[in-house]
Design a protein around this ligand. Structure first.
Ligand SMILES: [Mg+2]
Length: 437
């Protein structure tokens, strides 16, 4: 099976610059992918790199897309190198989308086929009066059997399409086929023509992708963590988000002087209503001494009987290179520590797990790499995982939320409360998104 594909680079401006200890983030650059199979089934993917977390840059992702052929095989998709984790995520997500739409489209046809078979049995039974009782019994049983058969066949198709281990096998097999290497300079012209400005009409059987209803409808806000701005602005930003139903908030720290931020933390914990949860995200920007101050303060807040706000964890207090120091801090303080930048890619996540990290893992699907390999890891290792946004569009968001629903710790809010940082984040119509971004 070959998949025709197109890609489209986009830029989205944050409503206000996102201040973190990495600096100010003004523009989100990304690439939307659209894969189509022979039957016109469509899958969408999004490349949304964060290079300061260790993913590829947008330029590297674009260069990769431009040298690809105009038709992609599954082998090629599953052999994207680990140095391009955002591309791995996007192409595999799109591939999964095509397969899922094929299953969705197959189901009504299978039901129609089954229904066509039932009247034949009934007609036959009327032609043999002597066997009418037996035939009537058989005909009564057939519809049930045919429904069971349809259900079984659907399950079989779903299993064959969605089994992550199949993808792993495909990926492993693909590594044995150097002729399928992803670099095909001779096709660069074709791939360059494949980007959106030269869009061809969709294949004749294509239909607009309708995302599954469960993903179209935004999940209830309490299950998502809303991102607050850094500094004093957080004191005003949480209220409208609380009114929308959010109960968990993430606040960026390590942006201003620690004394100022600790004072803001004091006010936040005084003002936030009971049952609120707060995540403090340092983005690796604290010195060791500052990290101990923050954790001491958090432990003190947790010990106050009259304060009912929970500080859920401190996220990535130190740089990724200071793993042992963070492990030491996690044993010295009661406030949990979450790793984020340290586990940006699947290889890093595996390495931290193997080094004995037992705290929270923040997983950003958009930059983690292969979804099928992430599934395999999370299904074979027990980790306390929180899935989190990379400020992607609804396309990457849907793919990330799907993985989160499968793999995350259900007792923790999902880190996708970020759509209020953009003006254009509302649409779940991917064709419209494709045309307007
Ligand atoms: Mg973080």
């Amino acid at each position: 099976m070959l998949y025709q594909w197109q890609f489209y680079p986009y830029q989205r401006r944050f409503k206000q610059a996102l201040q973190t200890s990495h600096g100010a983030w003004v523009m989100r650059d990304g690439i939307i992918l659209r894969l189509v199979d022979d039957a016109g089934n469509i899958g969408w993917g999004e490349i949304a790199p964060i290079p300061w977390f260790g993913s590829e840059t947008i330029e590297q992702a674009l260069a990769f897309c431009r040298q690809l052929p105009s038709a992609l095989s599954s082998d090629l998709i599953f052999s994207i190198p680990d140095t391009l984790p955002s591309c791995q995520f996007a192409f595999e997500s799109a591939w999964e989308g095509v397969r899922e739409q094929a299953i969705d489209n197959a189901e009504p046809q299978r039901r129609r086929d089954a229904e066509r078979q039932v009247p034949l049995v009934l007609e036959n039974s009327t032609l043999r009066p002597q066997n009418s009782n037996i035939a009537a019994q058989n005909s009564a049983l057939r519809p049930q059997n045919s429904i069971v058969a349809v259900q079984n066949s659907i399950v079989a198709v779903q299993n064959s399409a969605l089994r992550p281990q199949d993808s792993i096998v495909a990926a492993q097999n693909s590594t044995l086929r150097p002729q399928n290497s992803t670099l095909r300079p001779q096709n660069s012209n074709i791939a360059a023509q494949n980007s959106k400005p030269d869009l061809l009409p969709p294949p004749p059987h294509s239909s607009p992708l309708t995302p599954p209803p469960s993903l179209l409808t935004p999940p209830p806000s309490p299950s998502h963590s809303a991102l607050l701005p850094a500094g004093e602005a957080a004191l005003h930003a949480w209220k409208p988000l609380w009114e929308q139903g959010f109960r968990t908030f993430k606040w960026k720290i390590g942006v201003h002087a620690i004394a100022i931020e600790l004072e803001i933390l004091h006010r936040l914990t005084q003002e936030l209503p009971e049952a609120a949860k707060l995540r403090l995200d340092a983005n690796g920007g604290l010195r060791f001494d500052d990290a101990t101050q923050w954790l001491e303060r958090c432990d003190t807040i947790a010990a106050k009987p009259n304060l009912l706000v929970t500080i859920e964890y401190v996220e990535q207090p130190l740089q990724a290179s200071q793993f042992e120091a963070m492990q030491d801090l996690s044993q010295r303080y009661r406030t949990p520590i979450a790793l984020d930048e340290s586990v940006a890619t699947l290889q890093q996540l595996q390495a931290c797990y193997e080094k004995g990290w037992t705290g929270v893992f923040v997983i950003k699907p958009a930059i983690i790499g292969s979804p099928s390999r992430l599934r395999q890891f999370c299904q074979t290792h027990t980790i306390d995982a929180v899935f989190s946004s990379a400020f992607e569009t609804a396309i990457g968001r849907q793919a990330g939320l799907k993985l989160s629903a499968e793999l995350a710790n259900p007792d923790r809010a999902v880190g996708y409360g970020t759509t209020h940082w953009f003006d254009d984040a509302a649409t779940d119509d991917f064709e419209q998104l494709w045309q307007t971004l």
